[in-house]
Design a protein around this ligand. Structure first.
Ligand SMILES: [Ca+2]
Length: 495
């Protein structure tokens, strides 16, 4: 969409929704009652997009997510910037693609204070900001020159935070659960009354009872996150603040299973996303536009009457939210770009596994920059796959007929290019990158990805990708510079 056309569309969309009358800059809102919306951003940890009732998955109950979707907008094509906690969260907070964020493109890193984050900008504009649970994390914020989590100052829980908000002041709150991150209480899914037949096993995982039970344990934690967000909604309702609050419910990366988390396939990078804001957003809509996590920061700033910063690569979702339409609204939103650098410290020399990818409706094209490295981490640990019953079962049965291929897909090396035809292969298991019938498609997507990397100034587009391997891994006790005092906790430890 061209510039003038875009602004015309935006202006009319905003006017239609009554947004044009919002104060241009929040600080002057004292002239009258402050009508700027509150923002509640609820993010789970390691949940794949499909694992919510609203997406049709049976066997798990997510009434809160389903309510937000029903009374707001359900997004079907939301993608994180990078399927790993730290870079995914950094992209949300800064409104920038993960690869622009230096150290924070890696897991267990820091986020330099030179990168502005939306909670700080809202605070300057008069918002009360706060965080409970896992914000930007994991890592150590001190080397980046920060003295608090970029998601906001910590509060014990939402009611404590809400009680701290001065009358008439808008707020921006981040609730970061550590569910459904591993480890799980083994058998908790079954113990909660679920049965093995409640688990849906995606075809890239072996259909074994151990795997089903592991998926049920994951479901159990997805449900716990859903209940916790439900409690927040109830408190908002009780305080009479529910309808002018933008409630966002999503996750940071996909399920902690082989070929999911830390991968750019859909189960790693495609995210659940529902947004509710009855004051401005027409309900009961399913939006199929591609949206990306850097889009959140510009959205929140714009909703608060602020201008997104020029360095933010994300685009505001407000035009989609205030629209009355469903389906594909903005035809330009027809793809998402995803990537990764270093996840865990699991390769000799602390090397990462660099990937960039583009996902359209029909194809997923992947570039693996270092195909000689192990995508899941060096054997025998394969440490980029979280330890758990499914991983253990696959390693134990790796030579069984039927398991071997799945093992190779998740644990084995990969070629420099992968291409999946999603019309025939929705689970992205048959690489057609070298099939002559797909040569033209591969060429087009290759050049599209190159163009995007240059536009967003990705260091890998300019031969500077090695820097991501040189940044320190700041996990406590490993490869760290001596500390004068305790690190600023980026998140509570997983219980
Ligand atoms: Ca995560």
């Amino acid at each position: 969409m061209s510039g003038p056309k875009k602004s015309l569309f935006l202006t009319s969309a905003l006017a239609a929704a009554g947004l044009a009358s919002l104060p241009a800059h929040g600080k002057d809102a004292s002239a009258g009652p402050d009508t700027r919306p509150n923002i509640v951003f609820a993010i789970s940890d390691d949940q794949s997009w499909i694992h919510a009732g609203a997406y049709g998955t049976r066997g798990l109950q997510t009434p809160t997510f389903d309510r937000i979707a029903r009374e707001g907008v359900l997004f079907t094509r939301a993608f994180c910037s990078s399927p790993s906690c730290t870079p995914s969260r950094a992209a949300i907070l800064t409104g920038q693609v993960f690869s622009r964020l230096e150290e924070s493109a890696n897991l267990w890193s820091t986020l330099d204070a030179k990168f502005p984050v939306y909670p700080d900008l809202l605070e300057k504009a008069g918002y009360r900001i706060g965080l409970t649970g896992k914000g930007w994390s994991p890592g150590d914020l001190r080397p980046g020159g920060r003295n608090r989590n970029p998601a906001g100052p910590h509060y014990k829980d939402f009611s404590t935070f809400l009680a701290s908000v001065p009358e008439g002041k808008p707020f921006c709150y981040w609730f970061g659960s550590t569910d459904p991150h591993r480890p799980y209480v083994h058998g908790s899914g079954l113990a909660s009354g679920k049965s093995l037949s409640d688990a849906t096993v995606p075809p890239f995982l072996p259909d074994a009872p151990e795997v089903r039970s592991d998926i049920l344990d994951y479901y159990f934690e997805v449900e716990r996150f859903d209940r916790e967000v439900g409690n927040i909604l109830r408190q908002l309702e009780k305080a009479g603040k529910l309808d002018n609050t933008i409630v966002v419910m999503t996750s940071d990366n996909g399920m902690p299973f082989p070929r999911a988390k830390a991968n750019v396939y859909d189960y790693g990078a495609r995210m659940p996303l529902a947004v509710r804001w009855p004051a401005r957003v027409p309900p009961n809509r399913v939006v199929e536009d591609f949206v990306s996590f850097p889009d959140f920061a510009p959205t929140f700033l714009e909703a608060a009457g602020l201008k997104p910063l020029p360095e933010m690569t994300g685009r505001s979702l407000l035009p989609l939210l205030v629209s009355k339409r469903s389906g594909r609204i903005d035809r330009k939103r027809d793809r998402a770009y995803i990537g990764r650098e270093r996840h865990a410290n699991v390769r000799a020399g602390n090397l990462g596994y660099p990937i960039r990818a583009v996902r359209t409706d029909e194809f997923l094209y992947i570039r693996n920059f270092e195909p000689d490295r192990w995508p899941a981490g060096d054997p025998p640990r394969f440490g980029d796959i979280d330890n758990g019953p499914t991983k253990a079962w696959m390693m134990e049965h790796r030579d069984d007929p039927g398991v071997q291929r799945l093992f190779d897909l998740a644990f084995g090396k990969r070629p420099a290019e992968e291409l999946y035809d999603l019309r025939k292969d929705p689970y992205q298991m048959r690489n057609v990158a070298s099939d002559t019938g797909y040569a033209k498609t591969a060429r087009g997507l290759r050049s599209d990805l190159d163009g995007w990397m240059k536009r967003i100034k990705d260091p890998r587009a300019f031969g500077e990708g090695d820097r991501f391997d040189r940044y320190p891994y700041v996990s406590p006790g490993r490869n760290r510079t001596p500390m004068r005092r305790a690190p600023i906790p980026a998140s509570p430890a997983k219980e």
